[in-house]
Design a protein around this ligand. Structure first.
Ligand SMILES: Nc1nc2c(ncn2[C@@H]2O[C@H](COP(=O)(O)OP(=O)(O)OP(=O)(O)O)[C@@H](O)[C@H]2O)c(=O)[nH]1
Ligand SMILES: [Mg+2]
Length: 259
């Protein structure tokens, strides 16, 4: 009991000393000190907030067999291993792009996620989209025509998701497998996708306006659909995961995840 009393006395003494000391300081100096303290705290808080709002996740999506896993490994280590089996789980990695490893200085790592195209695994996409700095929709340019409808449906779903539309997440439609001469051109693929999405838009809005799957509507009513009508930026690019020609993909990534 005595110990505690002694302590409270001591604290009281200190407190009095501190009070006396503060009274000695001119008020203007005191206010200035408090002001500086507040400003630095605010500044630090602001930096924290600012940092958090910059995502570094790039999501690779697209139908099964379009070549996402091959592209993922190309980005990570410049090889194309493990690309021949259908992925059953998302591949995830946080790394500096392989092509940049020879560059000097500290580079910001990119968080790349490869979400399998199998329809049962697609709900996984919703986990990653809210953190996405960019979405890459990989299209098989070789087997394009037989997959056009399915690819358009998947792309339509992505382009109408609230997590994509509200944050205006940029989308790159990447025509993959261009190493083969029979691959379709990106212009052809873009036009076909636009046509198919135009058809889908008509049928889906006709079904029901309360369709919960489509969170937003696409394009301008009464006009043929074009990607330029989207609120978010939609661009088209080419790549070949097999031969490692992925410069357009890397460019897209570094445009939205600054090094
Ligand atoms: N010619 C050619 N073939 C490719 C290219 N990229 C991938 N492939 C082949 O396409 C097939 C599928 O590639 P994956 O990377 O496994 O496809 P995925 O998109 O990950 O498929 P899921 O995991 O099922 O969603 C493999 O047999 C690859 O060898 C390419 O650029 N050119
Ligand atoms: Mg895969």
């Amino acid at each position: 009991m005595e110990g505690i009393e002694q302590w409270t006395n001591q604290v009281q003494q200190w407190w009095n000393q501190a009070e006396q000391y503060i009274h000695q300081i001119p008020t203007t100096q005191l206010y200035a000190a408090i002001g500086v303290l507040l400003l630095t705290t605010l500044f630090l808080l602001f930096i924290r907030l600012f940092k958090r709002t910059k995502p570094n996740t790039i999501v690779l999506t697209g139908l099964s067999g379009s070549g996402k896993t091959v592209l993922f490994y190309q980005l990570q280590d410049g090889s194309s291993h493990q690309g021949t089996v259908t992925s059953m789980d998302p591949n995830e990695g946080c790394f500096v792009l392989h092509s940049e490893t020879s560059k000097k200085g500290k580079l910001k790592p990119v968080h790349v996620v490869d979400v399998p195209g199998h329809s049962r695994l697609r709900p996984k996409l919703d986990e990653f989209l809210p953190q996405a700095a960019g979405v890459v929709f990989v299209v098989d340019a070789l087997e394009f025509l037989s997959n056009c409808r399915a690819a358009s449906e998947y792309l339509y779903d992505i382009l109408t998701k609230a997590s994509v539309v509200k944050k205006k997440v940029p989308v790159l439609i990447l025509c993959n497998k261009t190493d083969k001469v029979t691959a379709h051109t990106k212009e052809f693929i873009r036009k076909q996708l636009e046509k198919e999405i135009d058809k889908l838009r008509a049928s889906r809005t006709a079904v029901s306006s309360a369709d919960i799957a489509d969170e937003f509507t696409l394009g301008v009513p009464g006009e043929a659909f074009a990607f330029s009508q989207c609120h978010n930026k939609v661009t088209v690019g080419e790549a070949s995961g097999l031969t490692g020609e992925i410069s357009q993909l890397e460019q897209f990534i570094r445009e939205y995840v600054k090094p």
